[in-house]
Structures are given as C-alpha cells and as structure tokens.
Design a protein around this ligand. Structure first.
Ligand code: FAD
Length: 410
C-alpha cells in the first residue's frame, strides 16, 4: 500500500507506528482491565502532535488531511482501541463539525480544549431515538440570549471525561415553534458538577472498549448561550442534514479503528502460525489456515483502500468525506474486521480464548463498529437510497416519502 502514500504520509505513519508500539501497546491490557480512561496516553498523544492534527494552523492545528488521521488511527488501533478512538474524536468527530460550521469563538474554544487533551463528545442518541435520530425529544428552548436544554442522551462516548459536548436537540423558538434539530456546544462544568445542568446519570457496562466511558447524560435546564449554536449555512430547518453530513468523518474514523484492530490481530496471527507447531510442523504450513490467512489479507487490503479513498474525498470544496464512500467503507471495514479478528483468535486455539493474550480484548472491542456511528443496516439503507436517488425512508421532518418513495425524490 506504500505506493499510495507520499513520503510525508509514510513518515507520519512510521512515527505513529513507533509511538503505538512503544507507548500504547504496553498500556493496552491495563486500560481494558482497569476500565480507566488513559489520561497518560492522552498527554503523550498531545506531546507527539496527534491531537487536533486536522485543525487549521490558525487554531493551533497542523492542517493535516483526513488520510493523515487515518494513518495514525490505524497504527493506534493495532495496539489499543481506546487510544485510536481518542485520535478519531480529536481529529474527525465533533471537532471537524465545529471547524466547518462553527463561529470564530466556537472554533477557538473547541481548538483550545482539544489541544489541551479534551476528547469532545457527540450527543445524538436517546433511549427512544437510536437509528431514528429525528425522533429525538431533547429540547432546546430559546429564552432571551440563551437556550435552555432539557432531555436525556445515552451511549455517549466520553461521558464523564469529555468537557466539550456537541448536543443535538429540537430547537423551540420563543413562540413555541419547533424549528428542527440544531447543534449546541456546551462545556461540562468541572468545578460545579451538581449545578451545571449536564449530569452523567449512568455509566454503561460495555462488552469492550472498557477504558472509554460510555454513559447516559441528563440535561436539566442546561443553559447554553445563543452564540453557542453550531449553525450550518442552511440554518435550522435544513441544518440537521448538514450536521449529520459531518458524521461522515466520524464514520471513516470508526471504520479505520475497526480496520486497525483487524490489522493488529492479523500481525499476531502471522507470528503465531510460524511459531506454533502441531503434527510436527508449523501450523502455518496447513493449507486450511493459509487460505484463511489469504482471505483475511484480501479483506484487510480492500478495507484499507476503501477507507483511504473515503478519507481522500474530503478536500477543497468538501469539508467532509463523501457520504457514499464513507458509508461503504464503514460497512465493509467493520464487518470484515469482526471476521478477521475472530479468525485470528481461532489460530491460537485455547490461548486465543485466554485473557493473557490481546485477541479476546480485540474481539470484544471490534464488535461495536457495526453498531456505533450508524449501524451496518442503516448505512446500507443510506447507500441504497443514494443509488436509487430516493430519500431515506426512515427520516422524519418532512422527508417521509409519501405517497411513494419515488415521488419524494428531490
Ligand atoms: C460503543 C458505542 C458508542 C456510541 N457512542 C455514541 C456517541 O458518542 N454519541 C451518540 O449519540 N451515540 C453513540 N452510540 C449510539 C449509536 O449511535 C446507536 O447505538 C446506533 O445509532 C443504533 O441505535 P440503537 O442502539 O438505538 O439501535 P436501534 O436503532 O434500536 O436498532 C436496533 C436494530 O434495528 C436495526 N434497524 C433500525 N432501523 C433500521 C432500518 N430503518 N432498517 C434496517 N434496520 C434497522 C439496527 O441496525 C439494529 O440492528 C454509541 C453506541 C455504541 C455501541
């Protein structure tokens, strides 16, 4: 794959690989076991310049491309999924939304937090609004020069550790009219947790990714100044679609984490099949395993190519990756990664099932990537809708395709 990368990209990849092997890999098992957010790794990522790389230089970033971020994320994910997700969300998540649509003040606030080690949280999902995001009921009511937010979100990555929150809520103006869904920036009040209006009401007990808190957030009269609305040029009425478009960067990031976990698992498997002997020879000499290895490599290469392509589709004129490429890459990379990691574990026999090796951690971690950030089923619907030129059938807010899907096409 090196032929696709420039000397600068290869140098960045090599630097990330060394960082991952020397600093991240030795900590990965403990991060999972202790279920602790790795603040030491965050600090090291910052010192190495891996936080906020994609932000413009004017805000303290490095103006790096999404492909650069993808290269770093893959290397981190080979060792530790939590670390890789921190790199995603400080380069491709809420921060890219703010950099695309935020005001000057919002960009400065977000950049300052990210560069000081904050992993912003994106708050969309609610107990009754999962894939059907537009069913959300969290309300942001305009009162003078501020909005007052009430509602509940769950499965929010970084709950309790993130300071910056990009909160999606139904916007209600002073006359009571529902204007659609908007994005609001709020900073968790460290000093005054009880009265900040933004409370972590539950920590989820997760299968994997245990060093990254997932939690439920309750907003009780959370006051957000009106100048903290993140407003795409399309305004409130159409703004949600644009804000969700920003999610395509998160999808490329998530797909890359899955691909990186798979690449790491395949590295372990390759070393093991050369070392482990049964029936008087290395198990890698058995054709049954060789064909499995080859299939794993094919899927990994295809995933990597799709992710590179999706990452490169963000460029002049487009702040975010192409939705079709991002969705396809995430579907393929996440589903392939689950299979690759599972097969890698199989090569280790009973050892693969042991907590002494990282394979079982990888198998738990990788499982999430067909769920978070848009499930594989919903992304397929998105791909098919675009192929057909139809609007998403499950989308509300005037998009419900009646009387037929074809009539509802733009
Ligand atoms: C580890 C993790 C981290 C997360 N982090 C965040 C975060 O930081 N912020 C945030 O806002 N959310 C986050 N989420 C939530 C995630 O985005 C949702 O879980 C996801 O969108 C699916 O919603 P749901 O869980 O309610 O499932 P549901 O929407 O209830 O779906 C249940 C099943 O039905 C299928 N389904 C639903 N609708 C359709 C359809 N139209 N066609 C076909 N199949 C369909 C789904 O694919 C799924 O298999 C996270 C989730 C996980 C697991």
């Amino acid at each position: 794959m090196n032929h696709l990368l420039s000397p600068d990209e290869l140098a960045l990849q090599a630097r990330a690989r060394e960082f991952s092997q020397k600093i991240v890999a030795p900590r990965a098992g403990a991060i999972d076991r202790d279920e602790q957010y790795p603040w030491d790794i965050v600090k090291a990522l910052g010192d190495a310049g891996f936080l906020g790389m994609t932000m413009p230089k004017a805000y303290g970033g490095q103006d790096r491309s999404f492909l650069d971020a993808v290269l770093v994320i893959e290397e981190m994910a080979k060792s530790c999924t939590v670390t890789a997700r921190i790199v995603v969300e400080t380069n491709m998540g809420a921060i890219s939304t703010v950099m695309a649509y935020g005001s000057e003040a919002q960009k400065r606030l977000a950049a300052k937090l990210v560069l000081s080690g904050d992993k912003p949280a994106i708050c969309i999902t609610e107990p009754e609004a999962g894939s059907d995001t537009t069913a959300m009921t969290t309300r942001a009511e305009r009162r003078g020069d501020k909005y007052v937010i009430n509602g509940k979100k769950h499965w929010i990555t970084g709950a309790g550790v993130s300071k910056l929150h990009l909160i999606f809520a139904r916007v209600i103006d002073e006359s009571g009219e529902d204007l659609g869904i908007g994005g609001f920036l709020a900073v968790r009040d460290e000093a005054n947790k009880q009265n900040s209006g933004l409370r972590v009401s539950k920590r989820e007990q997760t299968m994997g990714l245990r060093g990254m808190p997932e939690g439920e957030l309750t907003f009780e009269n959370l006051e957000v100044p009106a100048d903290m609305v993140v407003m795409p040029p399309s305004g409130f009425k159409r703004g949600f679609a644009d804000l969700m478009n920003a999610y395509n960067s998160q999808r490329v990031g998530a797909g890359t984490v899955a691909m990186g976990i798979a690449a790491g698992a395949l590295d372990h498997a390759l070393a093991w099949v050369k070392e482990r002997e049964q029936f008087g020879r290395p198990i890698g000499e058995f054709q049954g395993l060789q064909w499995m290895l080859a299939d794993m490599q094919v899927a990994l290469t295809a995933s990597r190519l799709m992710l590179y392509s999706a990452a490169r589709s963000r460029g002049p004129g487009s702040a975010f990756p192409d939705p079709m490429l991002a969705a396809q890459a995430k579907i393929f990379a996440s589903e392939s990664a689950i299979k690759i990691v599972n097969d890698a574990l199989q090569f280790f026999g009973a050892r693969g099932y042991s907590r002494e090796l990282p394979l079982e951690r990888m198998a738990r971690d990788v499982r999430m990537f067909t769920i978070g950030g848009g499930t594989a089923q919903v992304l397929r619907t998105l791909v098919a809708s675009k192929m057909l030129g139809w609007k998403l059938p499950q989308t509300r807010d005037g998009y419900v395709p009646k009387p037929s899907m074809r009539d509802a096409a733009e």
